[in-house]
Design a protein around this ligand. Structure first.
Ligand SMILES: [Zn+2]
Length: 189
């Protein structure tokens, strides 16, 4: 069966703000979704992609920071330690990057695609991707972490994305190409 082509939703799509439902069990439908999400993540050169980003409000995300793809279902953070600050981008908010302070190390619990409950420790980039994607499952976006200094600039950009969504033809191609350039610099999830 060919994989369904998934479209990555961008701000202000309402799917991105909805809380996602817990998955009872992973079956053929969920596995097909996971495979399609991995394909979409690679197509967009992302390091992570959460189901709400493709319009499905279920607690599923995929990630690959260069060690092969993994699927995470119903994630839970059990413990967190230390903190680091890094600039993050998001495939759903092209052109915006935000410096975010997150724990350096986390202990997490989740279900894998074989319905096995896994407990694992992640640090640095993988911890960051895990938390970024988990945020998506609760309707939280990188722009929610913006500090006062960056607020005006980010609001202006979000307004531009809202206008693009409302009026795809009339938006200037200049703005969109700038957004692309900005998002290529960083690891997007
Ligand atoms: Zn994201």
């Amino acid at each position: 069966m060919p994989l369904p082509q998934l479209k990555v939703r961008t701000y202000p799509d309402p799917c991105l703000r909805r809380k996602s439902q817990k998955v009872k069990a992973v079956g053929p439908g969920e596995r097909l979704l996971i495979q399609s999400m991995i394909t979409a993540m690679y197509a967009h050169k992302g390091v992570g992609l959460a189901a709400p980003q493709v319009g499905i409000n279920q607690q599923i995300f995929v990630a690959d920071i260069g060690q092969g793809p993994m699927a995470v279902i119903n994630p839970q953070v059990v413990e967190q330690h230390g903190s680091t600050v890094l600039e993050e981008g998001c495939l759903s908010i092209p052109g915006v990057t935000v410096k975010i302070k997150r724990p350096k190390k986390i202990l997490v619990k989740y279900m894998d695609e074989e319905n096995t409950i896994v407990q694992r420790e992640f640090s640095d980039l993988m911890a960051r991707v895990f938390l970024h994607e988990s945020d998506h499952l609760f309707g939280k976006l990188i722009v929610d972490y913006v500090g006062l200094r960056q607020k005006k600039e980010v609001q202006k950009h979000l307004k531009m994305l809202e206008d693009i969504q409302k009026n795809p033809q009339e938006s200037s191609s200049q703005n969109i190409s700038n957004s692309k350039k900005a998002s290529e610099k960083n690891a997007n999830a």
